[in-house]
Ligand binder design. Structure first.
Ligand SMILES: [Zn+2]
Length: 113
């Protein structure tokens, strides 16, 4: 099943954002959270190229795994889809959220240059 939004949690006290369910806010220690959905557009914060990997991803290698800093504040690790040339990659390059499926979060470059 695919989701076209990123779901996370926001601390009801200080507003800190979390991608996964946490028991306590790591900033203020508060225990109450509200679910929040994120559109998921953002920019590359960090990335790495994966050449060797285990099944079932072998057929896809090499591919790019990036940490994306969402415009909405959260950092999310996911895969960059599509044929991407090295020169298109860099810190701060804009990306768009595509979907989340059983393999994880997927992004693509916002504009193909
Ligand atoms: Zn908090």
């Amino acid at each position: 099943m695919e989701e076209n939004r990123i779901f996370g949690n926001v601390c009801c006290n200080c507003g800190e954002l979390f991608l996964y369910n946490v028991k306590y806010c790591s900033v203020c220690g508060f225990k109450n959270f509200k679910e929040k959905s994120f559109i998921g557009d953002g920019e590359i914060y960090s990335y790495t190229k994966i050449y060797y990997t285990a099944e079932p991803y072998k057929k896809d290698a090499p591919y790019i795994i990036a940490i994306v800093k969402l415009n909405e504040g959260l950092k999310v690790m996911g895969r960059l889809l599509g044929k991407i040339k090295e020169k298109q990659l860099g810190i701060g390059v804009p990306v768009k959220f595509v979907a989340k499926d059983k393999e994880g979060f997927k992004f693509k470059l916002a504009e193909v240059r």
